[in-house]
Design a protein around this ligand. Structure first.
Ligand code: SF4
Length: 293
C-alpha cells in the first residue's frame, strides 16, 4: 500500500517558502561586493539578505507573495505510486501549509474574483506535473513563482521587425535583452532568466520555467547555448537597472536556455523572469528515506 507522505510534502513547502537555497544566497552575497558602498543598490541587496536570514531563522515566508506553487513529480515505474493519491496528498499539504502561514492564500478565481482561502483552485492550482521515470526514486520538485516577476515574463514570435530580431541566436539575444529592459525593477531584480527557444506557445513557456529548476551556474551542454547564457547575463548587467530597479551592476544573476523543436512556420522565444526570491526545492523518497535539497 502507498505510504502517505503528506507531512513530508508539507515540509517541502515550508522549506521552499522560508529557506532560500544556498546557491541563490551565495550569488546575492557575491553581488553585494559589486555594488558601491552606500548605494541604493547595495542597500537593497543587504536588506534582501537580512530578510533571507530572518525568514530562515523564524520559519516565515521569504516574501509576502508566496507565489504560484508549481510541482513536478517524477515517479518510478512499477513501484506502485498512484498519481491520484499523490495529487490528493500534495493538495492536502498545500492546504495545511496555508493554514500554518507558510503560504499566503493566493488562489483567486479569475472570473468571480474570489480567493479560495486555501491555495486550492480547480484542478490547476497548485500546478502539478507528473512524469514516470526509470529507477526506484520518487522525486518531487517545487517552485514558488512570484506574481510580480511572472508579470514581466514575455514571449516573442520571430522575426520581430520592431527589434530587428531574426530567426537566429542573434535575434534571440535581442528579444531576451528587450524583455529585461522592459521589466526594469518590476520583476524584483536581481532576476534569473529562463529562456526557451522553439516549441509552440504553450510548450515554450513551460520549458522556460522548467529550466529554472536547475542550479545556478549549470550551463547548457550545447556550447552555443552555454555561451549565449553567459553573454546574456553579462549584457543584462550593463543595462543599469540594478537590484529592485535602483540602478547598479546586478540586474540578472544567471540565465538558463533550452532549445526545442518548432514548426517551420513558427519561431517562439519565451522568457520566464524569476525574481531574487528564487524559491525552488526538491525532495527524494527512497523507501522510507526522505531527503531534501
Ligand atoms: S516578484 Fe518575487 S520578490 Fe517580488 S513580490 Fe513577488 S515573490 Fe516577492
Amino acid at each position: 500500500m502507498q505510504a502517505d507522505i503528506t507531512d513530508k510534502i508539507l515540509e517541502l513547502i515550508r522549506l521552499t517558502s522560508t529557506n532560500l537555497p544556498s546557491d541563490v544566497e551565495e550569488r546575492l552575497r557575491a553581488s553585494v561586493e559589486k555594488e558601491n558602498p552606500g548605494s541604493a543598490a547595495r542597500g537593497a541587496l543587504e536588506t534582501i539578505l537580512k530578510n533571507v536570514e530572518l525568514s530562515r531563522a523564524q520559519s516565515t515566508p521569504i516574501c509576502q507573495d508566496t507565489g504560484t506553487p508549481i510541482f513536478y513529480v517524477y515517479y518510478p515505474e512499477g513501484e506502485g505510486w498512484s498519481t491520484i493519491k499523490l495529487r490528493k496528498q500534495i493538495r492536502s499539504a498545500m492546504e495545511q501549509a496555508t493554514r500554518l502561514n507558510y503560504m499566503r492564500p493566493n488562489a483567486v478565481d479569475a472570473v468571480y474574483d474570489k480567493n479560495s482561502g486555501n491555495n486550492l483552485g480547480g484542478d490547476d492550482f497548485p500546478s502539478i506535473h507528473f512524469e514516470e521515470v526509470e529507477g526506484d526514486l520518487l522525486t518531487i520538485e517545487l517552485m514558488l513563482k512570484g506574481g510580480g516577476c511572472e508579470n514581466v515574463g514575455a514571449q516573442y514570435s520571430l522575426p520581430d521587425s520592431r527589434l530587428g530580431a531574426g530567426r537566429d541566436l542573434g535575434g534571440v539575444r535581442k528579444v531576451v535583452l528587450d524583455a529585461v529592459q522592459r521589466a526594469q525593477g518590476q520583476g524584483c531584480a536581481p532576476g534569473i532568466l529562463g529562456v526557451a527557444i522553439g516549441g509552440d506557445r504553450g510548450s515554450s513557456y513551460y520549458k522556460s520555467k522548467e529550466v529554472l529548476f536547475d542550479k545556478l551556474g549549470v550551463r547548457n551542454k550545447d556550447p552555443k547555448l552555454a555561451e549565449l547564457e553567459e553573454r546574456l547575463t553579462s549584457e543584462a548587467n550593463t543595462l543599469g537597472i540594478g537590484p529592485m530597479g535602483f540602478g547598479g551592476q546586478t540586474t540578472v544573476i544567471d540565465t538558463k536556455i533550452e532549445g526545442m523543436h518548432r514548426l517551420p512556420a513558427s519561431f517562439f522565444v519565451s522568457v520566464s523572469y524569476m525574481c531574487w526570491a528564487y524559491r525552488r526545492r526538491k525532495m527524494t523518497v527512497n523507501g522510507t528515506e526522505i531527503q531534501y535539497e
